[in-house]
Design a protein around this ligand. Structure first.
Ligand code: ZN
Length: 217
């Protein structure tokens, strides 16, 4: 059903007059100039839990607007360019040996609102096989607007996985900000016996240290 919904959205996007998700100009869903801004420049950072996270884009300006349009307005046609960026992050992560790609699940509320899982949609566009291991075991509130400490508390013990001893896993998510959600996914999978190799995301929120202090968000 999710696939049918995506296909319908893509057909509608072709029929209805649209504007570019990156700059708002009337025309194609993503103009040439904005598509150029989605060319991946992978960066890797290490979360306090010790897990490496490789991200294709900075979550700012055009990439941030396009991801928000995909997540909030259901413009699933935008997933193609973002999926290509995700695929580039996977290559840059230098993963060796067979792994299962495990999406960080959307909250139940987000799934009900959208009717599809953003992470899984992006994985299909990146041609990554989806292994569903994680499930939400309690409700969380929207992470936006929460500080680092509040985010960690909000997601603590919110995910669980069935026993998967020795299974090698790469976590996949759309955006990494403080890393609280990815760290919770890492904890849940390790508790289930998995070996978590690394994580990949489409985008990463810039921190001062990463951008020479020019950006405060
Ligand atoms: Zn544009």
């Amino acid at each position: 059903m999710a696939r049918g919904y995506e296909a319908l959205q893509e057909v509608l996007a072709l029929l209805l007059p649209v504007e570019c998700a990156g700059c708002g100009e009337p025309g194609p869903p993503l103009c040439r100039r904005c598509e150029t801004q989605l060319q991946p420049h992978p960066v890797t950072r290490t979360l306090p839990c010790g897990m490496r996270v490789t991200s294709a884009l900075w979550f700012e300006q055009v990439p941030a607007r396009v991801l928000r349009e995909l997540k909030q307005d259901g413009r699933t046609g935008l997933a193609r360019a973002l999926g290509e960026a995700l695929a580039a992050a996977v290559v840059a992560a230098g993963i060796v040996g067979p792994v299962h790609f495990v999406p960080v699940p959307s909250s139940r509320a987000a799934f009900r609102r959208r009717g599809y899982h953003v992470g899984e949609l992006l994985m299909r566009r990146a041609r990554l096989p989806v292994t569903r291991l994680l499930r939400p075991v309690r409700a969380t509130v929207d992470q936006r607007g929460l500080g680092r400490v509040a985010r960690a508390g909000n997601v603590r013990d919110s995910l669980a996985a069935p026993p998967v001893p020795g299974v090698r896993v790469v976590l996949v998510d759309d955006v990494v900000t403080t890393g609280a959600t990815l760290s919770e996914a890492y904890r849940a999978l390790r508790a289930a016996g998995a070996e978590v190799v690394c994580a990949v995301t489409v985008a990463a929120t810039p921190r001062r240290a990463d951008t020479g202090g020019a950006r405060a968000s």
